[in-house]
Design a protein around this ligand. Structure first.
Ligand SMILES: C[S@@+](CC[C@H](N)C(=O)[O-])C[C@H]1O[C@@H](n2cnc3c(N)ncnc32)[C@H](O)[C@@H]1O
Length: 316
């Protein structure tokens, strides 16, 4: 199932614009995550995968302005990381983040995805990572063809894509995305500043408590207060990620397995990251770290997919 949105004026998004629009959205999200110091709130996958990255030459496809996975890889001993993302505007922020984390310039390079997808400079990598990116791509198959070509014969590919199904996920990925596409008022709310979004939601919840024909029992008033306190800018940025991006392909494990195998990549490990949220999403932490539990499947379906694969054809 793929959630594809219009521009907001009822037009289909032009194929050429999808990557640029996606980048523009994440430029804002990543800038704010850096300010809020939440860009690394999700735990890395490096400590979970059965792969020692020491000395590896890596490429991060869709690295983002926070450069967080490149920072993690080099800090864990990778020899180098090529960071690839759309255009060149992201590079200033990414470079500043790499420098802020003490990463020497000779350990990384910054690459525009358009040229990277179009040509082959002959470089081959030990590890390619693609975290939270493939599900936004208009043509995931081309990206994976490129990944396979750029991997050394015994190279690894780490892929993170969003899962599929579940009550909470379907509400966000379908009900909210559908509303964003069809309702200009909701769209302008979702496109707004995250602080303004937070203020609007809190005012709405407060209104439910006080703007009434008869008083709300104290316990429910407290519940609304707790709910309000459980919201923060980070949650607003997550909602923008889920709702405002032009494309969000959703994958269950069978779909991801098929996609990878059709590009010569064989899954060797699935890992479950254990996020630490500072907002109401903390309630759902076990759902992320234990997606096989019945309550997890009910709420979040297949669970997000964090997969380590190798180039097929060689025993692992
Ligand atoms: C959710 S962010 C993930 C960033 C980073 N991988 C991380 O985990 O923090 C998605 C990123 O994919 C990038 N992206 C979207 N379409 C792309 C494409 N066609 N080629 C390369 N990067 C793309 C966006 O610009 C954005 O930085």
């Amino acid at each position: 199932m793929t959630a594809v949105k219009g521009t907001g004026q009822g037009d289909a998004v032009s194929r050429d614009d999808v990557a640029a629009q996606t980048r523009q959205l994440y430029a804002g999200i990543h800038e704010r995550q850096i300010t809020e110091e939440t860009s690394t709130r999700l735990p890395g996958y490096l400590e979970l995968i059965d792969l020692d990255v020491t000395g590896l030459n890596c490429l991060d496809l869709g690295a983002g302005s926070t450069a967080r996975d490149a920072i993690r890889l080099i800090s864990a001993g990778a020899a180098s990381v090529a960071l690839v993302d759309v255009g060149d505007a992201w590079m200033t922020t990414a470079r500043a983040e790499l420098e802020r984390h003490g990463i020497p310039a000779e350990r990384y390079s910054l690459v525009d995805a358009t040229g990277w997808m179009a040509g082959d400079d002959g470089s081959r990598y030990d590890l390619i990572t693609c975290s939270g990116v493939l599900h936004h791509m208009e043509d995931p198959d081309s990206a994976l063809t490129n990944v396979n070509m750029r991997l050394r014969p015994d190279g690894h590919f780490y892929l993170m894509v969003i899962g599929k199904g579940g009550l909470v996920r379907d509400f966000v990925m379908h009900t909210m995305r559908d509303l964003y596409a069809s309702d200009s008022g909701f769209r302008s709310f979702m496109d707004g500043d995250p602080d303004a979004m937070l203020g609007t939601i809190r005012a709405g919840l407060h209104g439910l408590a006080v703007d009434r024909d008869r008083p709300l029992p104290a316990a429910y008033a407290q519940l609304l207060d707790l709910l309000s306190g459980g919201l923060d800018v980070d949650l607003m940025l997550t909602l923008k990620d889920r709702v405002n991006s032009p494309i969000y392909h959703e994958y269950d494990l069978a779909m991801a397995t098929h996609l990878l195998e059709s590009h010569g990549l064989r899954i060797v490990q699935r890992v479950y990251t254990a996020p630490q949220f500072t907002n109401i999403r903390a309630i759902l932490e076990p759902v992320y770290s234990h997606p096989e539990r019945p309550i997890s499947r009910l709420l979040m379906g297949s669970g997000d997919l964090h997969l380590l694969a190798t180039k097929a054809g060689r025993p692992h």
